[in-house]
Design a protein around this ligand. Sequence first.
Ligand SMILES: Nc1ncnc2c1ncn2[C@@H]1O[C@H](COP(=O)(O)OP(=O)(O)OP(=O)(O)O)[C@@H](O)[C@H]1O
Length: 602
Amino acid sequence: MSEQGGVLPREQEVNRRYQEILAAMPEYTEIDGTRVRVPRAVRGPLTGRVRMRHPGDDEDDAFYIGPTHVSVDLGGGRETQVVSWAAPAAAAFFERHYDRGLVKVRRHFDAAAEGDALTKVWDEWLTERDGVAFEGDPDADAADHDGVENASLTAEDALRERLLAPRTPLTALLGTLQPEQYALVSADPAVSLVVQGHAGTGKTVVATHRAAWLTHAEREHRLGRVLLLGPTPTWAMHIAPVIAELGTPDTIVVRSLTQVLAELLGTDAQASRSTFDGADVVHATSEQLGRTLAVVVADQLRADPELTPARAYDAFLKTNRVAAPGGTRRDFAEWRETLPRTFDAAMNDMRLWPLLAYLVVLLSEPERHAHVIVDEAQDLRPLELLVLARLDAGTWTLIGDMRQRRTSYTPGTWKRVRKLLGIEEQPEKQLAGGYRSTQAIIDFAGSLLPRSDARRNPAVLGAGAPPRVVDASARGTDLPATVLDEALRLVDAHPDGVVAVITALVGDVAERASDQGWRTDASQVWRDESGRRFSLLTSEQARGLEFDALVVAEPAAFRERAGDLGPLYTALTRANLELTVVHRRSLPPALVRYIREHPDRF
Ligand SMILES: Nc1ncnc2c1ncn2[C@@H]1O[C@H](COP(=O)(O)OP(=O)(O)OP(=O)(O)O)[C@@H](O)[C@H]1O
């Protein structure tokens, strides 16, 4: 692939004409009888261009890919077609081996964030290079290409350039969407999809682009309403720009699980707080509880057809028909004794929202979605899955990483998740690309995975610098001071990037930061007087996010559950380019072993 200076102005001109046509389109359109504002999804810049490989090469064999389908008048009686990225023909641009080699060359575009002008083109030849890339290209020499590239990546140079740049908010990535990602984004929605991918393999990219693809206004069998569910409100904010850019308004409902539960309960997601910790949660979110509630509701409905969730809750507190298996039956009964005595009182404890919401969905017909996409699906607890099962009228896309489970209360296998949702048995799809972190970071964090599972994703970013491991006790400094020193070093080294500290000891670090003159608002970002800044987060809060450079403080303090180092693995894998680990206590054995086995790197 190469950048071609002579070609760029030509493509910029086509893009300019395309933008003019889009600007002249009405601001509102009719979708399924409803008037909706035309989304930015149909107004953005061109994504790329494809040249098919036909013996009688002519202009018809080339077309553009863009947000929306139109014909562009090129002047002199010539015109060219722009095909929507969600149309079947767009597969020629996105699929690696489209129709057994029918594509000759693809041109990938990059555009300015503001104004939509094209800023760069890359050509990717899928056949031996012969002649010019596209008819009318001024300079055949511009394409210095010898043939087929890396077998798994497309637009490799564009992708690497994008990944090496300081991280900006997540945006639409159509120009560099990879074949393995496109295959999942555009998979047939008639079949439910379960996708397993390690950290940084592009799961959130797939989840967001799939939501947009399924509901794209120009797709023949588009879906009417898709729920896109993620772990936290921060996640929802993180993905908002992609949905704003690609999504058709009102067709994609973005929510965190807490928001879904709050809506079912008619309450405010902010109103009640709970840490969701402790053994009680096992009971409060168990499948057995779900079965008990279903039995109670069915029983009561026979005698009381007007049964309300509040009365069902009363009946649940009294019933002997507890479905918990033998050993835990007594624990379960004891736990039930601790519950608030009324439905309204129970609403004050967020831990009980899944229970209460399940009663609501058992007793009402909630609005159902045509499809539900769940990002970070490994973190849904059994009863939460049972609630969701009643909100979906169609199929599912479940995307997650069983290695990043927060707790052992969630199902440990995709098979169990499928069972709770009633999804037919089928093998998971795997994502393999390493898009977020350097190889050094992927390998270091990957040492926490069971050896059988330690398939290393090849990092697009290349080898990178080894993580820096700092033993604060050997330095004779305390942990917070060392963490802040290291964070400051990274902030200075990445002036245009974003830096974070992830630790279970947020309070200790925050107190010291405050003593040192750092200030924060509610957003977890700390700033000093000269405007330098870093984020201070728990692993829980950092889910799904990423940072150019990162300090992970005191690995031993991350909770280890069920032999699973999920939260620490999540923390380490938030780093793009540079990772520093600061500790006073011993490191987890897997990291110690990794460091010992790679003395040259540490
Ligand atoms: N095709 C692509 N083009 C450009 N950037 C990409 C592409 N795919 C992934 N990325 C980038 O790689 C990073 C990781 O992607 P993403 O956040 O989707 O991974 P993930 O699998 O959800 O990670 P995790 O489970 O660790 O949160 C993001 O910065 C994303 O923008």
